[in-house]
Design a protein around this ligand. Sequence first.
Ligand code: FAD
Length: 391
Amino acid sequence: MLDKEYDIVVVGAGPSGSMAAKVAAELGASVLVVEKKRAIGVPVACAEGISKPVLNSLMAPKPSWIATEVVGAIVTTPSGRSCKIEHPDAGYILERKMFDRDLAAMAVQAGACLLTNAEVVGLLSENHRVVGVEVSHRGNKKVVRSKVLIGADGVNSRVARWTSIYGELLPEDYHACAEYLLGRVEVDLGYTEFLAGNEVAPGGYAWIFPKSEATANVGLGISPHLTKKKPFEYLDELVEKRFPHASKLETISGSVPTSPADRLVGDAVMLVGDAARVSDPMTGAGIANGLFSAAIAGRVAARCSKEGDVSRKALSQYEKEWNKKHGKDLRYRARAREVFLKLTDDDFETIFDFVEKYFDGKIVRELRPRQLVVPLIKSSPRFLALARHLM
Ligand SMILES: Cc1cc2nc3c(=O)[nH]c(=O)nc-3n(C[C@H](O)[C@H](O)[C@H](O)COP(=O)(O)OP(=O)(O)OC[C@H]3O[C@@H](n4cnc5c(N)ncnc54)[C@H](O)[C@@H]3O)c2cc1C
């Protein structure tokens, strides 16, 4: 597999890398996916929530991918008030171990080659253009040549930094996350719970995503520039309060990008998924956007490598399509996050009053953020001053 030339080399076999590889291989490109982990999908660094309509629009989910179906949400304020919103068919809590592994298997089935336990440790460049990667595998370093390199190497993408598409992420550009898979918990199966508040998760939120009647992903993401405390300090306080008898089956940490990147491509290089910072700046959810970005990138990469033009200009067709379909929404959510960072605990209580009244007795079928945000902003002079530009 190594010491060869491929049309496309993908760095990382997370969901985005596997999707890009699958789409490109289906279009006839020769593809190699290089994954540094020994086993795909583990450890899981995710709360595993995904919108049901969105996943269904991408592919038919296998039963083994689904831990549980989400039929509503619980919102909890800093003072501990809660309300339940009924939202049938809202989403799934996935089994990412199965999901990620099956996506990689689908890429292989489509004709892509996959090498696990192999880390991309550098780029191969000629005339200022990337022409391949250096791979470390079982103690040996090998070179693999590529026409197009796809960086699907997650948040803190080295491909992005090596190619100067963007630099180091600043603390205000990501959520630092901590999560436990807890056992021996009492949860409302089918309902995801979201907790806001500057004592709970400054600049972010906490979540309780039930996976079964007795287990749940319980975690939080904070904006590291707003606090000196570490995410696990906040999480341990929450767990002690809410689930004093729980046991920690898994401990997970990670980051999610919260500010979209200006560029997604360079000469002979593309970024997808978390590496491209396409996750939702408000929620940090990145699986679906990662898959969407990868599907476009895989198609454009296959076509450009076949036509022999892998210049930044040719590959920017991916950027254009991404921006047309998702860019506007992502930028809106990034502006909404800037407002969110300014909210006080009193503001969260006021928003809760509004949300409770808005959803009272309603069964939500589809939720568009603007539907809720515009009347909320109009409801108070403070919100109007803070967020007029979101209307
Ligand atoms: C605590 C937490 C909770 C989350 N909860 C949710 C949620 O509920 N819903 C949601 O939609 N999103 C959630 N996310 C975000 C979601 O996990 C990511 O958006 C998603 O995994 C991105 O997929 P990806 O394929 O782009 O990157 P990743 O899944 O990060 O995959 C990148 C892959 O690249 C590999 N790699 C990296 N560098 C190299 C290298 N040099 N050589 C070879 N391989 C390399 C890595 O090993 C990894 O397998 C959460 C994130 C965190 C941290």
